[in-house]
Design a protein around this ligand. Sequence first.
Ligand SMILES: [Zn+2]
Length: 441
Amino acid sequence: MERTYFNPAVETMADDARLAMQLAKLEEQLAYVIERSPFYARKLAGVTPARVRSLADLAALPFTEKSELLASQTAVPPLGEHLAAPVESVIRVHASSGTTGRPSYVAITRRDRDAWSEVVGRVYWCEGVRPADVIIHGFGLSFFVGGLPLKDAIEEIGAMFVPIGVGASERLVTTALDLRATQLTCTPSYTQYLADYCRDKRGVDPRELGFRRVMLGAEPGGGIPAVRERIARDFDAKVTEGLGNADLVPVYAASCDENDGMHFLAPDHLLLEVVDPETGRALPVEDGVSGELVATHLDREAAPLVRFRTRDRVTLSTTPCPCGRTGPRIRCLGRTDDMLIVNGVNVWPSAIRDVVEAFAPETTGAFEVPLSEPPPKVAPPLRLRVEHARGAVDLAALKKRLEGTLHDKLVVRADVVLVPEGTLPRFEMKASYLKREYEER
Ligand SMILES: [Zn+2]
């Protein structure tokens, strides 16, 4: 009989057993970082790990900000004072580009690599990957945690990993057909680029590529029903998504076929908290709680982090899932950095995308938000450029309906400028909907 779970013991653990395991591992991890990392020896001076016995105790510890990791790396190059393992045990570095554009290096040991393979293995198994599958990998392989760690995990499952990377649509199409690929894993925005490429440049219906599943990651689109439906239609495939973080675990949550939020699949490696993004106050982990995701490593060797602020805005659900996996499911709205505030109302590019996608086939799904001042505050009306499809005729009526729906759904006044199909950029990597049209200071 086929296995349902990659790691049944962890994926179906009862809530109280999970928390007990996490708190035991937390104590060990705190003792480890205080002893091994000069960064945490200073930051957690006076903390006795054995006295951190509950989530409330954890919430009394300070946050770790991404900016602190960059400063630590600058002060003590190359890997920073938060490195907690001897440099000779580091087997690989990955990098994430911070908002400042300077790369931040993430080191892993052999043990960390194995842990990542195990967790990302659970992720892809949850998304339906089995040993007989052929996976086309359409993320960047250089530095990005969506690259080599995904290769390791897919090999761990025993499926066939096909390293295509980005910017190689011609090779992707040829290889998918040659190898009878069964799955595609890439960003939501790339699926749109690829579908257009197939139809316009190759004269191929994207459904002919034969993907049974499309597994999305690296940006929020996969959580949006209209986006998922478009991709499912374009490729005639099931669509699921994953969530990860370069500084934590490459992918630690994924949706199952129920598509009702992403199962948190790394409870033995990360302890999650949800905090109020403005005050930093920890919120109770319960059904419907909404805020910023904060994570603490439980079993990391090279660079464990304590109360790391992810800047991801999430909502958790804790109702049972028919697939039998326990623990919270995560819905990610987007990154705090991408959020706009219009007349005091929070507006996420992912929510705008949801509206714009719902107007397909009159719209292509492509849009951008021109900003004349640095975000997050935007003076109303919220200006948008939206691509209309070639067939769309009554543009004045379309503009009016778009603005009406944006007002109903987002509670903001919008000013939509319709532009012809093909005007706005397509993104092969992460999509960027905010167009900064002001002088950077
Ligand atoms: Zn499920």
